[in-house]
Design a binder for this molecule. Sequence first.
Ligand SMILES: NC(=O)C1=CN([C@@H]2O[C@H](COP(=O)(O)OP(=O)(O)OC[C@H]3O[C@@H](n4cnc5c(N)ncnc54)[C@H](O)[C@@H]3O)[C@@H](O)[C@H]2O)C=CC1
Ligand SMILES: O=C(CO)COP(=O)(O)O
Ligand SMILES: [Zn+2]
Length: 352
Amino acid sequence: MFEKSTWIRLPRNVLVGHEVLEKTVDAVEELHLTGRPLIVTGEIPREVAGNAVRKQFEDRGHDPAEVLVEEASFAAVQRVIDAAEAADADYLIGVGGGKPIDITKMAADERGVGFVSVPTAASHDGIVSGRASVPEGTTRHSVAANPPVAVIADTGIIADAPWRLTTAGCADIISNYTAVKDWELARRLQDVTYSEYGGALSRMTAELLVDHAGSIKQGLEESAWIVVKALVSSGVAMSIAGTSRPASGAEHLFSHQLDRLAPDAALHGHQVGVGSIMVEYLHSGEHGEWRDIRDALAAIGAPTTAAELGIDEATVLEALTTAHEIRDRYTILGNGMSEPAAREAAEFTGVI
Ligand SMILES: NC(=O)C1=CN([C@@H]2O[C@H](COP(=O)(O)OP(=O)(O)OC[C@H]3O[C@@H](n4cnc5c(N)ncnc54)[C@H](O)[C@@H]3O)[C@@H](O)[C@H]2O)C=CC1
Ligand SMILES: O=C(CO)COP(=O)(O)O
Ligand SMILES: [Zn+2]
């Protein structure tokens, strides 16, 4: 008897392009979201877009409340829930990079209200996804949450953001290559549920981005367009799969461990990119495709070494040898790498 079922949650309105920020209220009204919004943002994103969003709602007779968050943590989620309760907010608007957007996503889910995603940087593929990534103690949760009901990605704002944020988003996409390999491996070895569509979409997104690498250039709004479209596509792959697996394998475990060992040393996307070089080496050996990953990262100007990340050799090795402990997710790391094996992989690939 056929007993499978799936529930794919996707955003309804996805606006990407020039000056779409001005259409935020239109996109919200079209969804019949009514009542009071709570804008969740950080210091910089507030300047870049939050204040403009706030004014737009005020001009249209809404009365937005606001709360600032800077870190991805369960305490920050609780602060946003408390702020939403105090303001009697009917829906939430996350404005910023990956952290405010993840926090907004979880707080909205907890309160059972809708949320709108307003990315101010193309730095991560959580813009559209129904997942949030939050550290807690020695572990890192990939939390299921409802995806945004609307996404407003203004390519003018995103093109003006520091270039390193865009290269981080590209690297987050390039890491899909190894994430999908880990997922396939987990299917073969552990009978983990695999989605052909989620895997194929994720891999195709990385391939398209690499094919367009030559047109991804600093200051060009068209580059922001290419990268945001890829981030949307990668987020949809996660939603189709119902897990972050299509976009998060051993290279993400490595990055999550770096976040613990060297907090705020480097951007999420840059860390997963460097992780991806080594993880590809572990998958396919010295003659494998790790050089292609390294060269694709270098072509868009993302870091390919520990030194470029600003992280020392010992920390890289500790992150590699302990990454498998971060969560119960089977990857090429298996039950863990020995220190000599980690050193060999990091040295052979030129990461250290
Ligand atoms: N939910 C999901 O599926 C995913 C979640 N993530 C999570 O997202 C986070 C990483 O995202 P990031 O954006 O790197 O972190 P972030 O939100 O900390 O942003 C990085 C920095 O860029 C600044 N910034 C943002 N927009 C700017 C602009 N227009 N101009 C100048 N500065 C600007 C922020 O203030 C911050 O200092 C991590 O917590 C990661 O785990 C990453 C990928 C997928
Ligand atoms: O960063 C991610 C995809 O790019 C997802 O991270 P998690 O697996 O921690 O949810
Ligand atoms: Zn990521």
